[in-house]
Design a protein around this ligand. Structure first.
Ligand code: DLL
Length: 439
């Protein structure tokens, strides 16, 4: 039988109770971090804050921020709050110049994360009678394991496909009657298109809902996916540092994502001054974890820009809602669901003997991101023989794939052909913006 909530007593509790739970958990989490994470203890000491100064959410602003740079600096164990022997899993996200961000999980952390994903699945109408096809990537990326774990918790029949091999995805979707699809929105659109090419109509599949996230997508794209697959498409948000997917999820109202406030406190700040902004303001989203054991993060700056709202939701959930991320306050690009920094591309170029004269061109064609890099050849290494150029492009493409995890199309150009800028170099031309995609 389909339930409306996975954990009704938590998901619909009164705002006062949410606040009470957050107050209590925050005091404990701050003390736990102070006692166990030297890196953050030093930040608190520098700011002159002690755990005793934190009595509840109203004191949150006293704590120092954590940034992605802190996570890189503390790589790999500097923010770990428990013995490694208590950890059961590591996930990782791409980082600049090869230094990745790694997050650790105890079994307790995995349990809470899976609860969050199960809540998202139930909000999309899933139950133990569903067949949940997970085609987010499995591995270091959190998408696959997160939704997989949530689907198990719920008791759905889980189809752990991982991403890629679209023909096989479609064969299993049809033969095994998948009802819930979990993947990036661009992959969902691609599956829809391929189904059409194969002569299937939307009503030929048994899908009823999809849970799509990890990259920006528009309302237009939602409508396209819903039409091509004959489903309801729900957004899901999260980041590796905090666990993975399921930090926030959409409900039947499809108008923003409920943040799992029993596990995370959300703040919106002015990205330039760090000042906390009132509800309804647009700013950078900052999260504080409330009950993580291995990798607790206090006031972690996500760089995602959004707006929070406590407007009553018709689904009955009381958790605060966030809009879709409306952009980022750093230079991270999300290409086919993968986080990519221009500095990573620069590092590959320099390591392979190229000067840092390049331009990244992004677009979205048939709902799939295209990723091209124009690179100048060095004058002393210049060749205009097509065979030589193609070989060099292939070699550079392979090096990029190793660093980024995805394949760009490389175009080697003659020296001095990329316009020099007189001010800040324009390294990224993101033509996806014309479609309203703002990251
Ligand atoms: O993308 C976790 C995830 C997996 C979320 C599957 C949803 C579904 P990271 O690779 O660490 O983790 O990337 C986190 O991706 O800071 C946002 O900028 C972006 N992002 C995540 N979800 C959404 C979304 C996963 N629904 C970064 N819409 C975040 C727009 C999103 N951007």
């Amino acid at each position: 039988m389909s339930k409306k909530y996975f954990q009704p007593e938590i998901e619909t509790m009164s705002e006062e109770w949410i606040r009470k739970i957050q107050d209590e958990k925050l005091v404990k989490q701050v003390k736990y971090v102070y006692d166990n994470v030297e890196y953050y203890r030093n930040l608190m000491d520098e700011k002159g804050v002690k755990p005793e100064d934190i009595h509840g959410v109203e004191d949150l602003h006293k704590l120092p921020f954590l940034k992605k740079d802190d996570l890189r600096e503390a790589y790999p164990y500097g923010l770990l709050a428990t013995d490694l022997k208590n950890c059961v899993r590591i996930h990782s996200t791409s980082g600049t110049t090869g230094k990745r961000v790694v997050a650790f999980y105890t079994q307790h952390d995995i349990d809470l994360w899976e609860d969050c994903c199960a809540r998202a699945l139930v909000a999309a109408g899933a139950s133990n009678e569903d067949v949940c096809q997970v085609c987010y990537g499995y591995g270091l990326f959190t998408g696959g394991s997160g939704l997989h774990g949530g689907s198990h918790k719920l008791g759905s029949l889980t189809l752990p496909m991982s991403s890629g091999n679209t023909d096989r995805q479609i064969q299993f979707m049809m033969d095994l009657n998948s009802t819930i699809l979990c993947c990036t929105p661009s992959y969902a659109a691609y599956i829809g298109e391929t189904l059409k090419e194969k002569g299937y109509k939307p009503e030929d599949n048994k899908l009823k809902a999809g849970i799509f996230g990890a990259e920006p997508w528009t309302e237009e794209m939602r409508r396209d996916i819903e039409k091509s697959l004959g489903i309801k498409a729900y957004d899901i948000y999260g980041l590796t540092e905090l666990s993975g997917p399921g930090v926030a999820f959409e409900c039947e109202e499809q108008s923003g994502m409920h943040i799992n406030e029993d596990h995370f406190i959300a703040e919106v700040i002015d990205p330039n001054t760090g000042e906390v902004l009132p509800l309804g303001s647009k700013g950078e989203l900052v999260f504080t974890s409330l009950d993580k054991e291995a990798f607790p993060l206090l006031r972690y700056r996500t760089r995602d820009i959004c707006v929070l709202s406590r407007k009553k939701c018709s689904c009955g959930r009381t958790f605060v809602k966030m809009t879709k991320p409306l952009g980022r306050s750093d230079d991270m690009m999300i290409i086919r669901g993968v986080n990519v920094f221009p500095s990573q591309i620069e590092a590959v170029l320099l390591n392979n003997g190229y000067a840092p004269n390049y331009q990244i061109i992004l677009d979205r064609v048939n709902n799939t991101d295209t990723f091209d890099i124009n690179v100048e050849m060095n004058p002393d290494d210049f060749s205009d023989t097509p065979k030589v150029i193609t070989a060099k492009e292939k070699q550079l493409q392979a090096a990029m794939k190793t660093m980024l995890g995805i394949n760009p199309k490389i175009h080697l150009l003659s020296p001095k052909s990329i316009t020099r800028s007189e001010g800040k170099a324009v390294r990224v031309i993101d033509n996806r913006k014309r479609l309203g995609i703002t990251i």
